[in-house]
Every structure is written in C-alpha cells, then in structure tokens.
Design a protein around this ligand. Structure first.
Ligand SMILES: C[S@@+](CC[C@H](N)C(=O)[O-])C[C@H]1O[C@@H](n2cnc3c(N)ncnc32)[C@H](O)[C@@H]1O
Length: 364
C-alpha cells in the first residue's frame, strides 16, 4: 500500500465521496486514514495518481509522503520549491524541509513564500511542491490542470458559460454514478457531461430537446482528442419519453432548472416554475425507473426569490413515488449533497438515487 494525500476542492464532502466511488469502480484497495474539510489521506493499492488527477473533478492535488526527494529528476543541485501549509506550523515545517533538502545536498530557492495554499495554475515551473500537513511533509506528485479545462470549455463550438455545467462538477457526478460502462444524460444540453464521460472511456448517450449543440461539440471533441476510443450518440427528444432505450446503466444529468431570469423571481413566479419543474422531474424519473439498472446522479434545484424566501420542490415525495430511493452514502454525509454558490440564482442539490427494489416487488 502507498500513502496518498488528496487536496480536496471547494466542496470537500463531494470530493471525498467522489474518491471513494472512483476507488470502487477502479477496484482500488484502500484504507482511509484521515479526512477533513481540506484533505483526505488514504493508503491505496493499484492507484495511479497521474491518471486519477485527470478523472477526479473534486481533487486539486495529490501528494505522497516522501522522506527522500524521490521525484527530483534534475542534474543541478539548485531547486525551486514552494510549500502549502495545512494544519501545520510553518516555522517547524520550514526547518524540516530545509533539513530534507540539505540531506540530499540540494540548495533550495523558495517561491510563493507568503502563500499558505498554492493555486494549481501557479504550481508550474517548480522542482518541488511540498504539502506540510500536520507533522508530515508530502511532495505533490500530480496537480489538476485548470488551463486545460478552460481551453476545452471555451474553445468548443457551442459554449455559454452561464448555462453549462462546469467540467469539474461533470466529472464528480460521473464518478458518483459508479457506472462501469455507460453514461446517459437525458438533458445533455451542450454535452459537457457526455464529453467528460467519453474522455473517461464510457459509452455515452444523450437526449435533449435541442440535440444540435451536443452533437456539434462531441464531433469537435472527437477530432481534437484522438485518444477517444469509445462511442457516443445524441438524440433529439424528450426526457419524459425514453421508449427508444432498452436499458440504461447509469444516468448523470443536470436537468432543465427553470427559465433563465435576469433577476430573481417573486414567490408567486417561483411557485409557478416549481410546479412546472415538478411535472418534468416526475415524468423523467418515472420513465427512468423503467430503464435504469444502476444509479441516477441528478441535480435538483431549490428556487431563490426576490424576497429572500426559498421555494422547495419537495423532491423526496416525487423520488419515492417514481420508484427510486436515496442511495446510501457515507454516514457522515447527507444525500442530497448541497452544491451551493451564493452568486447563483438557484441552490443546487446533488441527488444520488437508486431503484427502490422493495417497491418493485410490491408492484409485481
Ligand atoms: C441545464 S441545461 C443542461 C446543460 C448541460 N449540462 C451542459 O453542460 O450544457 C438543460 C437542458 O435541458 C433541455 N431540456 C429542457 N426540457 C427538456 C425535456 N423535456 N427533455 C429533454 N431536454 C430538455 C434544454 O434544451 C437544455 O439543453
């Protein structure tokens, strides 16, 4: 077993759940040693951090404890390094790092001296990036690449930053589904979820009322990322009518979340939107219940209003009546998982659902 420290993204609960789901799918043996709102430490077997950092949306960096500076490949004895401090005493840890460098006869020049946490985009051009966590020095061995995500997002043929799901969140949701082979997105929009799933080797299917955007973007992706081996199909259609599909392994989707308002709606307007959304979500879940064999990872909103009141959709009733239930997750984390950004006009909640087998038996 090798020890790995994961620096978690802005929603640590989601990041942790994602890592656990990822290990399950990839059949990685692990023991969790520590976790908190910033990091998670695991002992793992059969894990490759260089692949994982590209597939995990909620992990910012991965590091290993290294008493010797194993990954130094340079020939000179001068190295450039930086340190992140997490629940660590900077003075004590700086001394440790100096000792470590001296042992290897390396002369260190330090960058980002006053920063406690180094942004991945700034972690380039360093010989070493250390993470001082409590009493241990870890060396970063894999860093996520926000520039690549930005480029993939913004240069695709159809992109509207206000309407698409982020690449990071798309990856998290895909991993949470624990799907082995297939991902289906019945509200695929510009195809962000399908695109990320395709890059993770999944077979992907999408449906949208306007299928053109996803088709165009996925054609572009295939030309640009020649390593893609898997296949995709996007259908023009309605999420409440999926009769062309026989079975679906797993669903990952951000459905229609209501009309795009400039300002916040009044309570009356929000109630009306909520009624429409309930009908759409009920119809979709009932249709999915006939086809899905695995998990459904889906975002449902809570509507903010001009007066500050929140209009809830009471999804629990809709979920249970359509034949699904909330999938059990870690006991310390509640399902649904809030994914809330104060700047957003709605509050998003991530629901991980599975079929309620007891209900199926009663029906039979
Ligand atoms: C929030 S967007 C999805 C955005 C997508 N995740 C992306 O990154 O581009 C919701 C999508 O649902 C589609 N839509 C709305 N009602 C639908 C329905 N009844 N059936 C299928 N698609 C629908 C809209 O055309 C829109 O593309």
């Amino acid at each position: 077993m090798t020890q790995y420290l994961f620096v978690l993204g802005r929603n640590p609960d989601l990041s942790l759940l994602e890592i656990l789901a990822y290990c399950k799918r990839k059949k990685i043996r692990y023991t969790m040693i520590d976790s908190n709102e910033e990091i998670a430490v695991f002992d793992m077997q059969g894990f490759d951090e260089h692949i994982a950092i590209k597939e995990l949306g909620g992990t910012v960096k991965i590091a290993r404890p290294q008493p010797e500076l194993l990954n130094y490949k340079g020939t000179k004895n001068k190295v450039i390094y930086a340190v992140n401090y997490i629940k660590a005493d900077p003075v004590q840890m700086d001394q440790k790092i100096k000792k470590l460098l001296a042992q290897e006869e390396l002369k260190g020049t330090r960058r980002h001296g006053k920063t406690r946490k180094i942004d991945p985009s700034k972690a380039q051009n360093l010989d070493y990036e250390f993470i001082a966590y409590r009493n241990t020095i870890y060396t970063t061995t894999a860093v996520s690449n926000p520039k690549e995500y930005k480029l993939r997002d913004a240069t695709r043929p159809i992109y509207d930053p206000l309407k698409v799901i982020s690449i990071r969140l798309a990856k998290i949701l895909i991993n949470l589904s624990e799907a082995q082979r297939e991902i289906f997105d019945p509200f695929c929009g510009t195809g962000t979820i399908l695109q990320e799933a395709l890059l993770m080797d999944y077979l992907v299917w999408g449906v949208d009322k306007e299928a053109h955007a996803a088709r165009k973007n996925l054609e572009w992706l295939e030309q640009r990322y020649t390593q893609i081996k898997s296949h995709w199909q996007v259908f023009q259609g309605d999420a409440t009518d999926l009769r062309k599909f026989k079975t679906i392994e797993a669903v990952v989707t951000e459905p229609y979340l209501g009309p795009f308002h400039l300002g916040l709606p009044t309570v009356e307007e929000a109630e009306k939107i909520a009624d429409e959304l309930r009908i759409l979500y009920r119809g979709t879940l009932m249709e999915l219940a006939k086809k899905v064999t695995g998990k459904v990872v889906i975002i449902f909103p809570e509507l903010k209003t001009r007066s500050g009141d929140i209009v809830s959709l009471d999804m629990y009733t809709i979920i249970t009546r359509s034949g699904f239930k909330l999938a059990p997750i870690l006991s310390s984390i509640q399902n649904p998982i809030p994914y809330i950004d104060k700047k957003d006009k709605i509050n998003r909640y991530i629901y991980i659902l599975q079929k309620d087998k007891a209900k199926e038996i009663i029906k039979k």
